[in-house]
Design a protein. Sequence first.
Length: 444
Amino acid sequence: MAAVGDEISVGVARRIALGAQGFGDGRPKRGDVRAVRGAIGQAGVLQLDSVNVLCRSHYLPVFSRVGNYSRARLDELSWGAGRELFEYVWGHKAALLPLTTYPLMRWRMRAAERQVWDQELSPDLAVPWSVVVGMRRLTAERPGYVDQILRIVTEQGPLTAGEASPDDVRRKRSDPDPDPTTGKMWNWQDAKIAIEYLFSTGQVTIAGRRHFERVYDLTERVLPADVLNAPEPTADEARRELIRIAARGLGVATQKELCGGSGQAHFPLPAATGREVIGELVESGELIPVRVEGVKQQAYRWHEAKDRPIDAQALLSPFDPLIWNRDRTHHLFDFFYRISIYTPAPQRIHGYYVLPFLLGDQLVARVDLKADRQASTLVIPTLTAEPNAPDFVDQLASELHLMADWLALDHIAVPAEGPLAAQLTERIRVTSTPARRVTAEAER
C-alpha cells in the first residue's frame, strides 16, 4: 500500500484521539438518556468485564464522559424492553454494541458456524478457539447435545447456561483436556460450551444479566424485529462499515489499532482483509494517510477528525476504548500502562484496579480505587503521580466526590501513603459536604 502522508505531531494525534472519543466538548449539564446515548456513540463499544472491585467496567466509560448518570438507565438500554444495545462475543471481546451494528455482525455469526467445523482456525476470528475445541469434542462424545440445549432454551428460556443443562454431568478441573491450549476453557461445562456456540452463531442472544451471569434466550424473542429484518450487508460491506466506526471512534490510528487481531482493536479482522478494506477507504477519501511522530507504522486519520483544544477531566476505566490498546496509550500519552488485576500482589506497583486520571490532554496520575460497599466508602489505596505532572489534587478531589455521589457512597477514604495522598486527603476534607467525611488511614 503506497501510503505515507504528512507527518503530524504526537500532540496533534493525542488531541484528535481525545476529541474523537468525546473528551473535546466537556461534560453535558445533565446525565440524562440523551447524554448516555451520546457517550455510547462516542465510545463506540462498551467492553464487559466481571471485575467489580469498583463497579462493572462498562459503566465507567459513560461516567468518564457524562459524569453522574443513572446506571439503571444504561441497564435498560442494554438489557431492558426498550434496549438500544446488544451483547456480542467477538465485536471487541465481550462487549455491548449499538443495535445498528447488529446487521454488521451477521457475517461473523456465519463465520462462527464455519469455524467450528473447519479443520483449521478461520481467518475471520469468529468464535473463541475454546468453543471450537469444545464443540468438536461434544460432537464426538454427545451427538445431538447442542440441539437439545437449543430446544430447552426454546421451550423454557430465558435461562442461564447452568439452567439449560439437561443433566447433571459436569466436567472437573482434573479431567483430561483434549486441547491444552484452551487452558481448561475456564472450567466451562458442556452446556456453557454449547450455548456459547449458539450465541456466537446468532441463534440465541443475551436477554439479560443475573448477578452479572449471562441469561440466554432465542434471538427473535430478544431483539427488535426491525433490527432482525434489516437488510444483511455483504461481508465486504460489513467490514468497511466496521472500520469506518473504528476510525471515527479513534480519530487517527494504525491498521493494528483499527482492526488488528490482538484484542485491542474495535473490530478485529485478518491482516490481509484489514489492509484491503483500509486501502478502499483511503481511495474513497474517508481515511487520510498520515505519519504520527514517533510511530513507525503507517497511520490513518478519519477525514472528519479535528485537532482542537482539550480541557478534559476524567478517571478512565482500564477497559476504556481510549486506552485499551496499551501500545497506543504509550505512544499518544507517554504512559506505560498495564492492568494489575492478574499480577500477584507483591509484584504490583501502582495498585490493583488502577484508573488513569485524564487532565487536559494528559494522563497525569494513576489512582487505585475500590468501592467498600459495606462501609459505603470510596477507597484510594494507592495514588501515583506521573513524572512532571502538573498539580492535579483539586481536580482529582472533585472527580472523586463526583464518583462517590454516582456510586452512592457516603464516605471517601485515602489510605494511600505519602505527601500526595496527604494533600488529597486534606483537599477532600475541605470540599466535603456535612453528609460526607474523609478519613486517612491513621483515623480508620
